[in-house]
Design a protein around this ligand. Structure first.
Ligand code: GLC
Length: 750
């Protein structure tokens, strides 16, 4: 990208068209606080996969050419465009917020060709080759920036000082801090300084890079291997508003069915009907509330999608699933994209006949291998393929399946990576793997969601491993193949927090760890953490130590049960948070910095998190630890277990024996609770219990049928609880559209 002097500019609506020596570009006001920077390096049209529909909203602005550049100013943001297509963002008072870097790039370590040769000889390879970048945007670091977001990246909460790559990657090695990429590509981050917060969303699906001050203390940069330069600068008065605006742009996570917030039991290795039966019995007999049992690849016939292994299910999976349903279990089944290459297999044959699979540049069906062996890859960028795939889910729904778990959709390939020039579609346009790779999972999730919505009518439940910005509209996510190691329990906190800050509030990790063998202690500390995570699923790999809660004796079972039951009690609170997430984009699980941005300890706090804005959990995430340091930010806090009050900001040493996860609730809170139940809907939800923490505060509580889309027509109740210092609560009905409101709302005696 070689832009020279700004020669001309013209205005078209809220977009300024810029003509530089060497190329054209645009600066557009998308909506209040959202500015789009665009250079049509790959053609004039926007090709966003993340943004659907027209998101433009009127914004009042002024445009003026001054000596130092062209100024586009609104009430909130001032943008200065200069020669060379420099773009600087200021606040309303003209304070610098996000400036292009003007010095010379000075990488910390320059790798000379000689040194590169040496390193390559030592086996480092690909990462040394200078990637072929279509563009780079280099921004100045003022010194105090903290960076959050970027999806599922490994490591700690604050991404400052690290570099990452966006290329959906299935790497079975234990995920450690030095990984550059994992399964998801969310090219969005938020920056926080003492004075400002802003976000950058690079809407580009090609392989891209985010160097967040790893290369230099003076600048950070992002760039991509192809496509156009298309990024959004998002202003805001804090992280919540920046995230709200990002969610406005890319879409919100829709309210899920209530049962999906319950406990899920899974394992790769429930081979037969008897295995699943044993798990269902185990859950009910051991009094572990549970709503979902997951079926991994072994339910299929030879790992062929849209089939069911009749032999292992005695010829009648439907009766078996309906038996499970009668006991409150919803079956969720895995569905991988790879379609087995096999003559006579209808899905494969139909896909070939209709041209529904990705091809080589020469037009042959492209074949790689996944679980079923040699397999073809559905071309999900083609809307007809999405529809076809979505409709095929009918086979599963007819058997009684209630949720679809999309896996291996980076896409994974056992015979080496797909060549960059493998042919896919982007709508009617021919596109390459290089462009589609990072949105393959996104398109698959969309296909699953739209299909379920059409076939079932209820709010679809989809889980995906790979995704792109905006996938939250269609699917929940999990963090893939973690291990049963303490480091991964520790990492789950910043990882889920950053997913939430990347617009993906409905997320979870494999509780207990997927690979490697768990231990009773690790499992207990994990359930104490994961009972707060939006997606609450115990899952483990074939060949590892079984980790259902009753595998380790009565004491472990008792403690495990306590935390699953806590989650079930708190379901109305979680449901309220999901309702909020759909309206504002606020995550369920939040890092402390989300609500306490000025608090320096909060900005890098990795072993505590908030659930909504009034509950703080400080789980133990180290082996052998029975006491831990807890940091409480400003305000009055109640110890959930003892009722003791503490005034923050303060650090306290908290006892945390193996059965205790330290939990704190802010004064003035009310936690809406459900009566005890073993699955969502077992107990008639006509009574609401209020767990009150005296102080001053207001909580809006939401109630609907828990599964249909009727709430969008106003069929819900919204209650407002006002808490007072003496512990009394006033109840008001703000919206009364649901035909089965509570018959009783009662304050719980503590
Ligand atoms: C992948 C998934 C894992 C699943 C396994 C077998 O590794 O990430 O969750 O159990 O495949 O289907």
């Amino acid at each position: 990208m070689e832009f020279g002097v700004l020669k001309h500019y013209s205005l078209s609506g809220q977009t300024v068209r810029l003509e530089f020596e060497g190329g054209t570009a645009e600066i557009g006001l998308t909506a209040p606080g959202i500015v789009n920077v665009f250079a049509p390096l790959a053609g004039p049209e926007r090709r966003s996969k993340a943004i659907e529909g027209d998101k433009s909203r009127p914004v009042a602005f002024r445009l003026e050419r001054r000596d130092d550049g062209l100024w586009l100013e609104t009430d909130e943001v001032k943008v200065r465009v200069g020669d060379g297509f420099t773009v600087d963002f200021f606040d309303a008072d003209g304070g610098e917020v996000c400036m292009d870097y003007r010095g010379q790039r000075r990488p910390l370590e320059r790798i000379t060709p000689e040194r590169a040769q040496l390193l390559i000889a030592e086996g480092h390879g690909a990462e040394l080759a200078e990637p072929d970048r279509a563009f780079e945007v280099v921004k100045k670091l003022s010194g105090g920036e903290h960076f959050y977001g970027l999806g599922d990246k490994t490591g700690f909460l604050d991404k400052r000082g690290y570099d990452y790559e966006m290329w959906n990657t299935d790497n079975p090695d234990p995920h450690v801090d030095s990984f550059k990429a994992l399964y998801k590509s969310i090219p969005f981050f938020m920056a926080l300084t003492d004075s400002h917060a802003y976000g950058i969303f690079l809407d580009n699906t090609f392989r891209s890079w985010f160097n967040m001050g790893q290369e230099s203390e003076d600048y950070y940069w992002f760039g991509a291997a192809g496509g156009s330069l298309d990024y959004y600068y998002i202003a805001g008065d804090g992280l919540p508003q920046v995230l709200e605006r990002y969610t406005y742009l890319t879409g919100a996570c829709p309210l899920p069915q209530k049962w999906t917030l319950g406990y899920h039991q899974s394992r790769w290795g429930y081979m037969t009907q008897e295995d699943v039966q044993e798990i269902a019995d185990g859950l009910r007999n051991h009094d572990i509330p549970c709503d979902a049992i997951h079926f991994d690849i072994d339910y299929m016939q030879d790992y062929k999608v849209f089939t069911w292994n009749k032999e292992r299910y005695h010829g009648d999976p439907k009766s078996f699933l309906s038996g499970l349903a009668a006991r409150g279990f919803k079956p969720v089944v895995i569905n991988d994209p790879g379609v087995k290459q096999e003559a006579g297999y209808p899905i494969y044959e139909e896909g070939v006949e209709k041209g529904f699979f990705a091809t080589t540049p020469e037009g042959e069906v492209y074949i790689n291998a996944v679980w079923p062996g040699d397999a073809a890859y559905p071309d999900f960028g083609n809307p007809a393929v999405q529809e076809w795939w979505g409709r095929n889910q009918k086979f599963l729904l007819d058997l009684g399946v209630r949720g679809i778990w999309n896996d291996m959709n980076e896409p994974a390939s056992f015979k080496g990576p797909l060549p960059d020039d493998t042919v896919f579609s982007d709508g009617a346009r021919r596109a390459t793997h290089a462009e589609i790779h990072n949105v393959y999972g996104h398109f698959m999730a969309k296909a699953a969601y739209e299909g379920l919505k059409e076939l079932d009518g209820r709010r679809p439940f989809v889980i995906t491993r790979a995704c792109y910005a905006g996938t939250q509209k269609y699917s929940t996510v999990w963090t893939g193949d973690n291990h049963s190691i303490w480091a991964h329990l520790q990492m789950s906190i910043p990882q889920l927090c950053n997913l939430g800050l990347s617009g993906l509030p409905f997320a979870g990790t494999d509780l207990g760890g997927f690979g490697s063998d768990t231990t009773p202690e690790l499992l207990l500390r994990w359930v104490q953490t994961a009972c707060f995570s939006p997606l609450f699923r115990n899952h483990s790999a074939l060949g590892t130590r079984p980790q259902e809660p009753w595998r380790f004796g009565p004491e472990v079972l008792d403690v495990y049960r306590r935390y699953v039951k806590l989650r079930y009690r708190w379901l109305p609170y979680f449901y309220d948070l999901f309702w909020e997430a759909e309206r504002t984009g606020a995550p369920i699980l939040r890092p402390l910095v989300f609500h306490y941005p000025g608090d320096r300890t909060a900005r890098t706090c990795n072993d505590e998190f908030m659930v909504g804005d009034r509950v703080l959990a400080a789980p133990v995430v180290q082996q052998g630890v029975r006491q831990r340091l807890v940091y409480l930010p400003q305000g009055e806090w109640y110890d959930y277990w003892t009722g003791e009050t503490l005034t923050g900001p303060v650090s306290v040493i908290q006892d945390a024996p193996l059965d205790v996860c330290p939990i704190y609730v802010k004064a003035g809170s009310v936690i809406p609770l459900s009566p005890p139940q073993s699955w969502v809907g077992e107990a008639e939800p006509d009574t609401l219990l209020l767990d009150v923490y005296p102080g001053e505060g207001v909580w809006d509580h939401y109630l609907d049928d828990g599964e249909s889309f009727d709430y969008r027509e106003g069929k819900y109740h919204q209650y407002r609880f006002t808490v007072h210092k003496d512990g009394s609560v006033d109840t008001e009905t703000v919206h009364a559209g649901y035909d089965r409101p509570y018959r009783e709302i009662r304050v719980l005696a503590r």
